[in-house]
Design a protein around this ligand. Structure first.
Ligand SMILES: Cc1cc2nc3c(=O)[nH]c(=O)nc-3n(C[C@H](O)[C@H](O)[C@H](O)COP(=O)(O)OP(=O)(O)OC[C@H]3O[C@@H](n4cnc5c(N)ncnc54)[C@H](O)[C@@H]3O)c2cc1C
Length: 282
């Protein structure tokens, strides 16, 4: 939130560590109030962020202020956040917490080729942080555990080269061995010499691993989320200045606005770029 307030008289003052509790507007002037002080200004830039990490000071203040001045706030939810296990999956997979592998993770038609990480609570790593922005409660996440390998061709070639080799040994050359043990436990495949596999069973193993279905229970929520999806509707803001279209002098920038980026610095970039833009006009 604003820690810098320009007074109407034009003298700049910086007030740090102030929890803004109220903003009022009359005769073209905003009055910003904290428990310790009150400041007035003609331009007010709201940079109050999202709801992520409440223990670091995140609040819903900016959303409430937007609504106070008649701006629409689109539904909020945690994103860039690990997804959590269903109890049955937790019982199986929490033992391999720390295992990671390159995958593609897909939900609602969006796919990310990134690393996936098993944790005590669920699935994380870039693949799952990214897909969490597209996942909705009840959705599956389809994981290709060997996106770079045609598993049918791989298993056939292994079968020809090493007919006595067990399936789990062959898969263990491609995937983390602790994961392969879990997949065996879940009967994703039956362990037997490769020579015992017929084309149908090879296809079944390949299909299972190329399209493994996880059904997450939920997300870790704002406690660990890097961003908040939703926020001040961009339709209510000038894309040139970030000023509220129907509330002169009131600007919204950064994460409080309904703009959410992928992993990779895009959210910082948005916060800085939108702040710079507002700074040209406010
Ligand atoms: C753990 C974590 C990792 C992240 N990693 C990345 C990353 O690698 N790359 C990337 O692009 N983005 C990342 N993000 C997201 C990025 O930090 C935010 O998008 C960005 O900081 C938003 O900037 P902002 O200025 O809009 O809000 P913030 O940086 O959230 O600042 C808002 C400030 O307003 C204060 N505030 C709230 N209410 C009040 C009030 N009533 N009175 C006074 N002050 C108030 C808050 O305490 C906070 O200090 C990460 C976020 C988290 C939580």
């Amino acid at each position: 939130m604003l820690s810098e307030v320009s007074t109407v008289a034009g003298t700049d003052q910086i007030a740090m560590q102030q929890q803004i509790t109220e903003v009022s507007f009359a005769d073209g002037i905003y009055t910003v109030t904290t428990p310790e002080l009150s400041r007035q200004c003609q331009s007010l830039v709201i940079a109050s962020g999202g709801l992520s990490l409440p223990n670091l000071g995140a609040t819903a203040f900016g959303y409430q202020l937007a609504e106070q001045f008649g701006l629409k706030v689109l539904p909020l939810r945690a994103a860039l956040v690990p997804l959590t296990w269903q109890p049955a999956d937790k019982a199986v997979f929490e033992e391999i917490s720390g295992v990671s592998l390159p995958v593609t993770a897909e939900a609602n038609g969006t796919l990310f080729p990134e690393d996936m990480l098993f944790t005590h609570r669920g699935l994380s790593g870039p693949a799952f942080l990214q897909i969490s922005s597209y996942w909705q409660p009840g959705d599956n996440v389809i994981v290709n555990m060997a996106p770079q390998t045609d598993l049918v061709a791989y298993l056939v070639s292994q079968q020809q080269a090493h007919p006595e080799q067990e399936v789990k040994t062959a898969l263990g050359k491609l995937l983390p061995k602790r994961l392969v043990e879990k997949l065996l436990e879940l009967q994703v495949f039956t362990n037997q010499p490769l020579k015992a596999l017929n084309p149908k069973s090879i296809q079944q193993i390949a299909d299972s691993l190329h399209g493994y279905i996880f059904k997450p229970n939920g997300t870790e929520g704002y406690r660990t989320a890097e961003v908040t999806i939703g926020g001040v509707d961009t339709d209510y803001l000038s894309s040139k200045t970030m000023e509220a279209k129907q509330q002169p002098g009131l600007y919204f920038i950064g994460e409080v606005v309904d703009v959410t980026g992928w992993l990779g610095g895009y959210n910082f970039q948005w916060a800085w770029a939108s702040g710079w833009v507002a700074g040209q006009y406010c």
